[in-house]
Design a protein around this ligand. Structure first.
Ligand SMILES: [Zn+2]
Length: 406
């Protein structure tokens, strides 16, 4: 594994500037492509799993976080409030309160449950400057978040489905978890004081982990202030562990926001909130992807997917045609002509690009390309249309393999 900060600079993925501030990286075009593809993947996976997406503002009145409990339990990690026309607004430390308010924006029936509300949204954490670095610890976080509002009887199934969604995403992204952790409350006033609430919620998560057959460590002092959680841990290049994905069971915030649904009996009942994140913060997920793949992203995430390599200037017209055809097929292609050096030098410079299409005199005459894969494999020359259709199909399917099931 390599340090994502170093690779991020070398590959022009992201940067930072003291004038913008520590912990506030910006995304360069190639990094923005990776981020966009990742976000679209997540939205698509969530849509298929029955989530509905919303947008909510990154600011809220201080009163909102007083109700959610953030103000009393989490204030030290929040940015200071801003005075605005006689009231105080804060940059949000989480999306939960906004989604609770969206839930209660109208009356809900048991028929709507489980109601799965998802958002890729900004949140802010006043991290001390000493711990900031690259994309893994930032002050402006883009969170892949969702809240499932459901009945008590539905909680275990929803938590299990969320873990499965996380498993599928890790397979597509080529990320391996370092371990699963059941995060429980510790000592001190950081946690909501309601022993029965903690017992109920922890029992559900225990059951889900056991039934999924996942080995895990129970760790005290790592829970959210309002409830226990399953954390999926990953390790960075230095072996430091951090949490990427979480599934949390929350009986607390539904009470604080007085959330209700009308049951089959016509009575009003309290839903449970399952908080879950598939890839956690987009920033940290991409730091992990950069390190895990050493910059050689799965083809569907790669900033440049196809490198078109005419051997000499004579094949330039064919190469331009291939590049144009790639764009029509939705493939991100780049033409690297002889002005960039010898063919060998251009192949080496493009070593992270999954598909390299070489066009020499013979290929140009026959309307073909010779395909070289990033892993060093060289395939026989193929008709251009066939090579491009095959590449586009693999990329569209977000295939983890570069060619032919391997
Ligand atoms: Zn939440």
């Amino acid at each position: 594994m390599r340090d994502h900060r170093k690779l991020g600079r070398e590959l022009n993925l992201f940067g930072s500037d003291p004038l913008i501030g520590a912990g506030l990286p910006y995304w360069l075009p190639d990094g923005a492509v990776v981020r966009h593809c990742l976000e679209e993947y997540i939205r698509d996976a969530e849509r298929r799993a029955g989530y509905r997406h919303v947008y909510s503002p990154v600011l809220g009145k201080r009163a909102l976080y007083e109700i959610s409990g953030h103000w009393s339990h989490y204030r030290d990690d929040m940015f200071p409030p801003m005075d605005l026309g006689g009231e105080q607004v804060v940059l949000r430390p989480s999306l939960c309160p906004h989604h609770a308010v969206i839930y209660r924006s109208r009356e809900r029936s048991y028929r709507e449950l489980p109601l799965r509300i998802a958002e890729l949204g900004g949140m802010y954490r006043a991290e001390p400057s000493g711990v900031l670095g690259g994309l893994s610890r930032v002050r402006a976080i883009q969170l892949n978040d969702a809240h499932i509002f459901c009945t008590v009887a539905q909680v275990a199934d929803e938590a299990r489905a969320a873990l499965e969604l996380i498993g599928r995403a890790y397979a597509a992204l080529g990320i391996s978890p370092s371990r699963y952790r059941l995060s429980l409350p510790g000592k001190g006033g950081k946690y909501v004081d309601d022993p029965q609430l903690w017992r109920r919620a922890s029992a559900v998560l225990n059951e889900v982990l056991d039934q999924a057959g996942l080995a895990y460590d129970a760790v005290e002092g790592e829970a959210a202030f309002y409830g226990p959680k399953i954390d999926v841990q990953v390790a960075d290049s230095a072996g430091r562990e951090s949490t990427l994905s979480t599934v949390q069971v929350d009986f607390y915030q539904p009470e604080r926001f007085d959330l209700r649904y009308v049951g089959p009996d016509g009575g009003r009942h309290r839903p449970v909130m399952v908080h879950r994140s598939v890839i956690g913060s987009v920033d940290r997920a991409i730091a992990q992807l950069i390190e895990q793949h050493g910059g050689a992203f799965p083809a569907w995430l790669a900033p440049t997917q196809v490198l078109v390599l005419p051997v000499s200037d004579a094949e330039l017209p064919q190469a331009i045609g291939v590049e144009r055809r790639c764009a029509e097929l939705g493939l991100r292609a780049e033409l690297a002509g002889p002005e960039r050096g010898s063919l060998g030098a251009r192949i080496r410079a493009g070593r992270l690009v999954p598909y390299q299409l070489v066009i020499g005199a013979r290929e140009a005459a026959g309307g073909q390309v010779s395909v070289r894969l990033r892993d060093g494999r060289r395939l026989e020359a193929l008709p251009q249309a066939e090579a491009l259709a095959r590449t586009a199909a693999l990329v569209d399917a977000r295939s983890p393999s570069l060619w032919n099931g391997s």
